[in-house]
Design a protein around this ligand. Sequence first.
Ligand SMILES: [Zn+2]
Length: 412
Amino acid sequence: MRRSITVFPKLTDKEVSAIVETGKQYARAFNMASECLINNSSTSKRFLHKVQYERTKEECPSLPTGLIQCARDVAVEAVKNWNVKRTKLRQKHPKKAEMMKRPSMKDKCTMRYDVRTITLRGSQLTFSTCDKRVKTIITIPEFFRERYSPSDGWKLKGANIGINRKGRVFVNLIYECPDHIIEENKDGKIVGLDRGVYNIVTTSEGVHYGAKDVRRVKRKYNYVRSELQEKGTRSAKRRLKAISGCEKRFVHDQNHCISKKLANSDEDVFIYVLEDLSSMNMLRLKGKSNKTMRKWISNWSYSDLELKLTYKCQKNGIKVELVDARYTSRKCSVCKTIDKASRNGNRYTCRHCGSSMHADTNAAINIRDNYITRTQKSGQAAVDQPYGWGARGKPETEPLEKTLTSKPSGSS
Ligand SMILES: [Zn+2]
């Protein structure tokens, strides 16, 4: 598990210019390395070192060896990712794949440091640059010092150093803790979570986390945005830029609050089950939902919530799993009959067995049960298997449950 803290050290002008110069040479080393890897279609660090090290040393004479190696490692990773992306793209758009931009770095880059090039002793931070090692005193807030203390197994793994948009030097300290140290809460419950437009999250236990505020704020910004866009003056554009930041921060804050509440829930939870996002996107692409729904889904920050929930839960030994979400909102959570007509607004009243509950709670229970059935079907190791939509965007298997086509007799 990795976590990071950002600090802004106080540096002299000379030190800052040394960092700027280091950044330039680092970027050059990176670009040389990635160019070399792509031209030789290799992703081997050893090969790169053999072929390129001397040349890099000549091109970037004052860049410390440790940083050349860091740039090399980053380049290898970037090229690997690039290859994966290109292979995927090639299947669909061969022309676009050929045109894909190669990984490159600009002069103003963020440099990765490892334990050899950065050290933190107490509050004294030293790291190498083109000039000489920069020595500076940083203050890490007490809160983080307690949270990432070495006694709990946390270690400094390295850092990212760069210059932000405002021209300040930032140091992004990366801490790592081995995963086995965190105890999993194996006796806990499995809880399904349904994400929606009217309630951001609903648990299968029936707890709602409302989206009223989010929708109110989004509506407000939508209105202001449309007004400003109509005006189109320079100051209107400036204002537009500013409010986009406000809205984003508000949504992030909401997601932080909800995921924190869920991760620190009093109830004994072992696994949170969420619906798979990719099937959600499919729904949107296929045009099955109406326009308003699509609009809400498209500027809905559900992936951000998932990300936040996952990392917050990890710390508390709670797992987050994904399942196929098809029919979860149409299926009765009691008798498992799929019937679209049973849902009426935010109420789900089964026409088959007569059970009635909040539609989101019903969906959350279905999500939980989907996960339980999946794990039972495939033994216990169902964790890493992809599920649901196949590569072609169609369901691989039809759902086993029967679908009601006509109203059953004997129920109201
Ligand atoms: Zn039912």
